[in-house]
Design a protein around this ligand. Structure first.
Ligand SMILES: [Zn+2]
Length: 74
């Protein structure tokens, strides 16, 4: 077996491994699908501004006018 064939087989194996890993990564990413943000959505009762805040916050202050608002329910 010549040195050229050994290098060729080495490169072929390496590229195949990279290809398979990238393929598996894509499949795993697709299987999770769209993961929405866990943040709470607020709609200000004073000015109508829509904003988000951390998921552990039940009442949040509007960044536009400062009024405190409850979590918006769809
Ligand atoms: Zn507001």
């Amino acid at each position: 077996m010549s040195i050229g064939k050994i290098i060729f087989l080495y490169m072929l194996t390496l590229l195949t491994c990279v290809g398979v890993l990238s393929f598996l990564r894509q499949i795993r990413r697709r299987s999770f699908g769209f993961m929405g943000s866990a943040d709470h959505i607020f709609r200000c009762e004073g000015c109508g501004y829509v904003y988000t805040d951390d998921p552990d916050v039940d009442r949040s202050r509007c960044p536009q006018c400062g009024q405190t608002n409850d979590v918006y329910k769809f």
